[in-house]
Design a protein around this ligand. Structure first.
Ligand SMILES: *Cc1c(COP(=O)(O)O)cnc(C)c1O
Length: 378
């Protein structure tokens, strides 16, 4: 599993991604759009996309046009939706490559019409309604105008309105009052669009949390991101048990040595040995995705035992105090993995760093740490 001469690596289990998508797919009659933005949440956009498609996803979701074009350049032909783009970017090229575009307002609609002219074909668009996240999307008072203009552009042959969609603010807190309110706002927007003659084939609203907890929000398509990678957006252990984390991050001990009692360790000496101890140097730091906020808190597994980061996480390395345990250079230190070998999980690191599991895996996978793949490459 270790690459020759690697001192640290991230292992991505493609079979886990495939199994997670299969699980999600079998839990709903809706189609599954696997969200592979941000380099597949750090797992590698293209390999993650292939594994998700082989697990039953029929759509891919990304943020940027670059990401969407990257999927096309890799030869993936599945439908792709890109939702974060600016007029002025290569919209015509994206349309020519069969990339579906989210449209949240009249200026984006105008850019899409111009892009369709340039590409010589109708643009496939998904109109976005802001039902309360207050991020992307048209707010309710703007919606009739947007739907009407899109309907006109459709009649003129410039666009095909494939979808109407929205995004939740608090679906990770099931029972939060905004979930029902956003769902109601979404159905209102669909009614308005219908009255204006816009009836898309795909209505979609659910992220991972809503996919896992609210079947009444699934409509025609669900958009799980984090759950695709086997992590849960919810605290519920029952939900967590249905998913398999795909990423393992580990390193090899670079150096181990005895230091005296009362010795400060790492920058700022925020950790001081209580007695003579062996300290081991782990060659991973915040330049590799280890959160500095996990200083003196992040858990690791080494030779079957658990230890905690001793003092500050540095840019390239951190230290653990193993007491009198025998540790040799080259021994494997696991930061996180699926957890079934007793190793910590991305959830444990999120807790140690005061963040969410999304940030742990996304940052880890997008650094200089070599990434290796396990499982069927599809
Ligand atoms: C990132 C994202 C998702 C996926 O969210 P998860 O919580 O990871 O499932 C779905 N839809 C949109 C618009 C997103 O930006």
């Amino acid at each position: 599993m270790w690459q020759a001469d690697a001192q640290s690596q991230v292992v991505v289990d493609l079979d886990a991604i495939r199994a997670n998508v299969r699980t999600l797919r079998s839990s709903t009659p809706a189609q599954v759009m696997a969200v592979v933005k941000a380099d597949g949440y750090g797992h590698g956009m293209v390999p993650a996309a292939r594994a998700a498609l082989s697990g039953g996803a029929t759509w891919l979701g990304v943020c940027t046009l670059d990401e969407a074009l990257g999927l096309r350049d890799a030869g993936l032909t599945a439908p792709v939706l890109a939702w974060l783009w600016l007029p002025g970017q290569p919209v015509g090229r994206a349309i020519g490559c069969d990339v579906d575009l989210s449209v949240a307002g009249l200026s984006q609609l105008a850019a899409v019409i111009a892009g369709a002219r340039e590409a010589g074909r109708a643009a496939r668009i998904h109109l976005k309604i802001d039902t309360g996240l207050s991020r992307g999307g048209a707010v309710a008072p703007e919606w009739p105008q947007l739907a009407e203009s899109a309907g006109k552009a459709q009649a003129d042959g410039y666009v095909e309105v494939i979808g109407v969609w929205s995004h939740f603010a608090c679906a990770d807190a099931p029972g939060h009052e905004t979930v029902d309110r956003q769902l109601a706002g979404f159905t209102d927007a669909l009614d308005v669009a219908k009255r204006l003659g816009v009836e898309p084939q795909l209505r979609h609203l659910a992220n991972s949390a809503a996919t896992l907890t609210r079947p009444d929000t699934h409509f025609d398509l669900v958009r799980p991101g984090i759950a695709t990678y086997g992590l849960s957006p919810l605290d519920d252990p029952a939900v967590r048990a249905t998913l398999r984390p795909a990423m393992t991050a580990h390193a090899r001990v670079l150096l181990s040595k005895r230091v005296p009692a009362g010795q400060g360790v790492s920058y700022g000496h925020t950790y001081v040995t209580q007695r003579e101890s062996t300290v081991a140097l782990v060659p991973l730091g915040y330049g590799d995705g280890v959160p500095r906020h996990a200083s003196s808190a992040g858990p690791v597994q080494l030779n079957g035992a658990r230890y905690t980061v001793a003092g500050r996480v540095c840019m390239d390395q951190f230290v653990i105090d193993v007491g009198d345990a025998e540790v040799a250079e080259g021994d494997e230190v696991v930061l996180f993995g699926p957890g079934d070998g007793g190793e910590p999980t991305a959830d444990d690191w999120a807790q140690a760093a005061g963040t969410i599991n999304y940030e742990i895996v996304t940052r880890f996978g997008s650094t200089r740490v070599p990434r290796v793949y396990r499982g069927d490459a599809a």
